[in-house]
Design a protein around this ligand. Structure first.
Ligand code: GSH
Length: 202
């Protein structure tokens, strides 16, 4: 399978999940502004939405939306337990996390990257993110992942978005559980491999 990605973007979560799954995969970088892939293809012909991530399966099918891609990857390697089994209560709880991260966290960071948005819009996003992360900090148990002792694709996604904090000057230091969590996920081999593959290690 093949992941279309942009370095450090939300597609990094899928890249981490691919490394964690141990499945064979390839990647191709996308310039999301120019809508061109590294090899010069028109990216909108692959994914008409024009954004990353996008996964091409071994059967040549196209899957978009990070939360769906992460579940697909986890299901390719059930033995790695990157998500609980389909149909179980725990799987629904994992889906609850993925949806929350996509809609409440990921999309609250997005305005903070913008140079053009009015300050009032950015302030509202900042306040929403503060409120949501205050809640997440209360959910995280020291030394644990989101779903407990087992690393899951929810962690790949949560870590990816929290990792944007320094770049957008969003301070996490008032939340010790969150800081410890970011540190714990950062040291996992899959995260280290994905950072290296995207040229993001110092
Ligand atoms: N709803 C999509 C959003 C993906 C998204 O926001 N991708 C950003 C990078 S983090 C992107 O490619 N932006 C470029 C663009 O929209 O043209 C998902 O959850 O996967």
């Amino acid at each position: 399978m093949k992941l279309y990605y942009s370095p450090g973007a939300c597609s990094l979560a899928s890249h981490v999940a691919l490394f964690a799954s141990g499945v064979k995969f390839e990647v191709e970088q996308v310039d999301t502004k120019a809508k061109k892939t590294k090899s010069g293809k028109d990216y909108t012909k692959i994914n008409a939405k024009g954004y990353v991530p996008c996964l091409e399966t071994n059967e040549g099918q196209i899957l978009t939306e990070g939360a769906a891609i992460l579940q697909y990857i986890a299901d390719q390697a059930p033995e790695k337990k990157l998500l609980p089994k389909n149909g179980t209560w725990e799987r629904y709880k994992a889906q609850e996390w993925l949806n929350f991260i996509a809609t409440e966290i990921h999309k609250s960071y997005s305005p903070l990257w913008s140079k053009d948005l009015p300050e009032a819009t950015k302030k509202a996003a900042h306040e929403r993110l503060t409120n949501r992360l205050e809640w997440v900090n209360g959910q995280i148990k020291p030394g644990q992942f989101l779903m407990g002792s087992q690393f899951s694709v929810c962690d790949a996604y949560m870590w990816t978005v929290l990792n944007w904090s320094r770049a957008v000057k969003f301070d996490l230091t008032k939340w010790p559980n969150l800081m410890g969590y970011v540190e714990k996920v950062s040291t996992t081999p899959a995260v280290q491999s994905a950072l290296k593959a995207e040229g993001l290690t110092k």
